[in-house]
Ligand binder design. Structure first.
Ligand SMILES: C[S@@+](CC[C@H](N)C(=O)[O-])C[C@H]1O[C@@H](n2cnc3c(N)ncnc32)[C@H](O)[C@@H]1O
Length: 251
């Protein structure tokens, strides 16, 4: 999200989360990660404002290092962490998830919701696997086709926006090629798109249209965001986010 129009940040920075997800989905993926230590060391890559970071803090007794490239989101998370008295367990840091600075085999659980695609799934898998102790888990969510008969309009939309979209099996194949075992995967339900993401996003876009009524460039960005929401409203059964839970094989 480095070089986008300012209005894009005005939309995204105000939202409860910066991608589809929910506490229920985070909990379900976490439950698939068997054999974690009592206080696991967790790294949350592309944490955004940290909705899932805070859920992980509530759902575990572990420590969480939350990494994002965008300082404004990391600062927002740091404020909430301080307010909730979590500074001993949660450390928000500005950083590049493509070049993680953690020691090899030092992490029990790598987490990443809706962010891995920004550096490419294969790159993310290769960069994150060495950080995991043998037997450690990687849980990440990523967009996928859920049906194999998308309408032409939707196919053209994704061809423009993210041509790498594929069936979940393609991501699972990449995971196995990278040396992971597949523990499980599940699609996110519709509520995970709407409740804390598209519904507040739609409201925010509506407000910002009034603020930027004379700014054609900003309005074009807002139009593109509304188009994304409209695509999901009309064609949401054809694609979605899938949570993938993988395991680095035990030594
Ligand atoms: C779609 S948002 C998801 C945020 C959060 N996980 C959530 O679900 O609410 C993707 C996040 O990845 C971050 N990001 C993109 N490239 C990054 C990089 N190379 N290193 C760290 N963070 C990055 C963006 O700043 C953004 O906050």
């Amino acid at each position: 999200m480095g070089d986008l129009a300012p209005v894009f940040y005005e939309v995204f920075e105000a939202l409860p989360r910066q991608g589809p997800g929910s506490r229920e989905c985070t909990a379900r993926a976490l439950a698939l990660c068997r054999g974690l230590p009592a206080a696991p060391r967790i790294v949350d890559f592309g944490c955004g404002a940290g909705a899932q970071t805070l859920d992980l803090a509530a759902l575990t007794d572990g420590t969480i290092e939350a990494i994002d490239a965008l300082a404004s989101l990391v600062e927002r998370l740091a404020r909430v962490v301080a307010e909730r008295g979590l500074t001993a367990r949660v450390r928000p840091v500005v950083g590049d998830m493509a070049q993680p600075s953690f020691a090899p085999e030092s992490v029990d659980l790598v987490w990443s919701e809706g962010a891995a695609y920004t550096i490419g799934i294969a790159t993310a898998l290769a960069a994150w696997q060495p950080l995991l102790r043998p037997g450690g888990h990687l849980a990440f969510s990523h967009v996928a086709w859920l049906r194999d008969d998308p309408p032409a309009e939707l196919r053209a939309y994704w061809q423009r926006e993210y041509p790498g979209i594929a069936a979940p099996e393609a991501t699972l194949a990449l995971a196995r090629e990278a040396g992971f075992e597949v523990v499980g995967h599940f699609p996110l339900p519709a509520a995970a798109w709407w409740d804390d993401f598209y519904a507040p996003m739609e409201a925010r876009v509506r407000d910002l249209r009034a603020v930027h009524a004379a700014d054609a460039e900003a309005l074009a960005v807002l139009d593109a965001i509304d188009e994304e929401i409209d695509m999901h409203r009309r064609f949401g059964e054809h694609y979605g986010y899938v949570f993938f839970v993988l395991r680095r094989p035990a030594a």
